[in-house]
Write a protein of this length. Structure first.
Length: 261
């Protein structure tokens, strides 16, 4: 249901919004400089870049299952103290206690078994280190996605099975906290991170949905032209526009951090 084969298309669709959340997320962590970080499910390197710009790490290792994404990250987010490689979040190619901080931005819910993934995050983090993630609030908070899925399900009953709010029940404060507690991580703290996703026009909203990258674009790519056109028409009437024809939609992510015992 999800395809991640182009870093450039991902940046057009999701990277620009993930970047807004990433900087707020790193600031919220309030961690000292000169730490060893791992960015799991790093994608095109948006969170890695925020870590470098805001936290002065000693090193960052980015890892993602998509070879295309990690190659894009190498080309566009290269730094002397940053490495990117392709790998499985459920079997990280690092020794125990290799990092001070393990983070994952918008990726935990895409790991086939988030619980197994979080156990791996814990394994590669040193005792006393920090493990933290953020995910979209698909049910209520990420309106640019919610508006799409509401329109899609009104047109196409099959869209229900693709809707991230239904697919990813861990993407709530309760779901994240329960998962972290099951992994026996200490002092979990949950925080809402709010941003505004601003689109210059309806086309600026719609065209990234045609990239095929990620859940909503991949769903749209599997529909015929009639369904796509009906969804587009419904969205045209549903999305609020400002005086210049732009669209400003609030978006909320849920972040959680905890300490490895």
């Amino acid at each position: 249901m999800d395809r991640w084969t182009s870093g450039a298309d991902y940046d057009q669709w999701m990277g620009r919004w993930s970047r807004l959340v990433a900087h707020k997320f790193v600031a919220w962590l309030e961690l000292p400089s000169a730490l060893r970080w791992i960015d799991i499910c790093c994608g095109s390197g948006v969170l890695t870049e925020a870590i470098v710009e805001s936290s002065a790490p000693s090193s960052v290792a980015g890892i993602d299952v998509s070879a295309e994404q990690t190659e894009f990250a190498r080309q566009h987010r290269a730094r002397p103290n940053v490495t990117f490689e392709t790998g499985n979040a459920q079997a990280l190619p690092f020794a125990d206690s290799s990092f001070d901080v393990a983070v994952c931005g918008l990726g935990l819910n895409y790991i086939p078994s988030p619980a197994e993934g979080l156990q791996e995050f814990k394994r590669v983090t040193r005792p006393g280190g920090t493990i933290a993630v953020y995910v979209w609030d698909y049910l209520h908070g990420a309106r640019f996605l919610r508006e799409f899925w509401d329109a899609a399900t009104a047109v196409d009953s099959d869209a229900v099975g693709f809707d991230q709010a239904r697919r990813f029940p861990i993407c709530t404060p309760e779901g994240l906290r329960e998962l972290f507690e099951q992994t026996k991580l200490e002092e979990p703290a949950v925080q809402a991170i709010d941003v505004v996703t601003s689109f210059a026009s309806f086309n600026d909203y719609w065209e990234p949905l045609l990239t095929g990258q990620g859940s909503a674009p991949n769903y749209l790519a599997t529909r015929d032209k009639k369904i796509r056109d009906e969804i587009r028409e419904r969205l045209t009437g549903a999305l609020p526009t400002n005086s210049t024809g732009g669209i400003d939609l609030p978006a909320r992510a849920w972040a959680i951090r905890a300490r490895r015992p």
